[in-house]
Design a binder for this molecule. Sequence first.
Ligand SMILES: [Zn+2]
Ligand SMILES: [Zn+2]
Length: 413
Amino acid sequence: MRGRNLRGELDTFLAGREQELINFRRDLHMHPELAFAEYRTTQRVAERLTAAGLVPSVLPRGTGLLCDVGSGDGPTVALRADIDALPVPDEKDVPYSSTVPGVCHACGHDVHTAILLGTSLFLAQQAEAGLLPGRVRLIFQPAEELPGGALEVMASGGISGVDRIFGLHCDPRLDVGKVGLKPGPITSACDRVTIRVSGPGGHTARPHLTADLVFALAKILTELPAALSRRIDPRSSLSLVWGRVEAGSVANAIPDDGVAEGTVRCLDEAAWHAAPDMIKSLLESVAGAYGVEAEMDYVRGVPPVVNDKISVQMLAEAAEGVLGEGAPVPTEQSLGGEDFGWYLESIPGAFARLGTREPGSAHLADIHQGTFDVDESAIGAGVRFLAATALTALWEGQRPVAGEALMAVNADN
Ligand SMILES: [Zn+2]
Ligand SMILES: [Zn+2]
């Protein structure tokens, strides 16, 4: 890799630090903190960074922090780890089980935090040795699960001046040492929609003298998803699916109000932005046809994470260089949400899945379950992968991009 033995340097670094990083993860695992309450976690990370000669800056709310490594000229690459836990009870019988009732690191964010800490310490050494061709912005982000922590980071200038950003997430279906990569969308958007309809109720014998609210609501429930599928690009895989509907109390009375709730999931960013207005106008036209009033309450979740192709190539190159030829494997798009998507609306970057399954293990506990745990050698693998990614992106970022050179030539003509 650029004539340097990065793999060997990482071996040496991890030989001295891997157990310490595992212990750090276990300490976080025993003391999980919920979204925007990650004070202790933030403090622990800040202490380690400061001891390494870095200068972390805690975010205004007091949880999460930013820290720059290196100050030289060249590009700036950001690495992000989320640090919050979930309101899920720990069901594991391990020495490092959660000590907080009802709260546990069931999404592996303790692992992400330990990986980014290890990467930070390695990159600090590189910077000291004058080997960092640019700057790395470390983002220890609070409240991914809320979601909203990414917006907090951005409001604090966390990605200003950043050319490219990378993040990763534990994947319990992938063996340790592998990384799952995918250009384009890798997670999806998920919003919540509530529709309330109202009209004059009455006797079921005389629907023409009332607004037949249950019939109108039924039309809305079926027409809305159907019309939407004809108005939005089908490649966006936008789906409106109802999860709750309620109206009326007795067989022979037309009620005067009703409610339906559902989710809107979407793989495409443009469609995600267009969805609320389109659903509202379709709702108004269907409700109007049956003479009922309709109101919509639309709660935004997160945008889809849409990976930049060049950034994914950098991830693949880094993984091959330090984890081996067969390390990068294709992964699928999930219908889950991840607030990393907010960053990628502003700057290019990519999000990877990091294998955390013990090879050959039959134990498969998914994330968000109280039994979720990882093969802790994933921490060392994660440090190798993330450090190599940052260095690859800095090296590549120094070269003129082929497309830009071409545009400059065309501009002259
Ligand atoms: Zn999660
Ligand atoms: Zn997560």
